[in-house]
Design a protein around this ligand. Structure first.
Ligand SMILES: [Zn+2]
Length: 221
């Protein structure tokens, strides 16, 4: 018990900052959801594209911001002393938003209308794939040290996207199918737990002398 408390102390050396980041993640999720409810599926003029583009922009931006702040939680207090760590957060944001590119890949077209009207969920939204790719990257760590940082960033970015999408469509866990929809409280809670677990993992995998993820993802991979 004492060692767990000690581990928490090492993992979260700035509790106020950690709490602040948790509040930002919750605010980003709720704000994104509320903004989406304000934009109708079709614009008042009946044109699909205007509202679809706005909705896609809000949704992708929210995914990116959630990915950004989940990784900010992982970098934690090192953000205050090493500005280059913010680039890692930007990389996580790009990763989190990139999941939705599969809509266009599956549609075989850059048309937003085709991308949003697929007959089934596109492949990057398969949560089993996230765990499979994360495991594969961790295996690569044997030949390329510190690749585990990228594995954790990929996991936090893509899984946070999947968990947020689960609010509308559930998690798709191949070959078992879909879970039921996640309530707002459940999906936000899961994203916070994800950030907490990934942060703890980085501390456990990093040298005891440092509580920050070892190095910058941009330089490491
Ligand atoms: Zn998505």
């Amino acid at each position: 018990m004492t060692s767990f408390v000690e581990m928490l102390r090492v993992a979260f050396p700035a509790p106020i900052l950690s709490l602040f980041l948790c509040c930002i993640i919750v605010t980003v999720c709720l704000t994104g959801d509320i903004m989406l409810t304000k934009v109708p599926l079709q614009s008042s003029s009946g044109r699909f594209y205007n509202s679809a583009i706005v909705r896609a922009f809000i949704d992708s931006s929210t995914h990116a911001l959630v990915g950004f702040f989940v990784w900010a939680m992982v970098e934690n207090s090192s953000l205050l002393t090493d500005w280059s760590k913010w680039f890692n957060c930007v990389a996580a944001a790009v990763l989190a938003a990139s999941v939705d590119l599969d809509h266009f890949l599956a549609a075989g077209s850059l048309s937003l209308k085709k991308a949003l009207h697929l007959s089934k969920r596109p492949p990057f939204h398969n949560t089993s794939l996230v765990f499979g790719v994360t495991f594969a990257i961790i295996v690569l760590n044997k030949w390329r040290p510190k690749t585990w940082i990228f594995a954790l960033m990929f996991l936090s970015a893509w899984l946070s996207h999947h968990i947020r999408d689960a609010n509308h469509r559930g998690l798709w866990i191949f070959p078992f199918g879909h879970t039921s929809l996640f309530s707002t409280q459940l999906y936000i809670g899961c994203i916070l737990v994800l950030a907490f677990c990934v942060r703890l993992s980085t501390v456990l995998l990093t040298k005891p002398s440092s509580s920050a993820p070892a190095g910058n993802i941009v330089r490491t991979v």
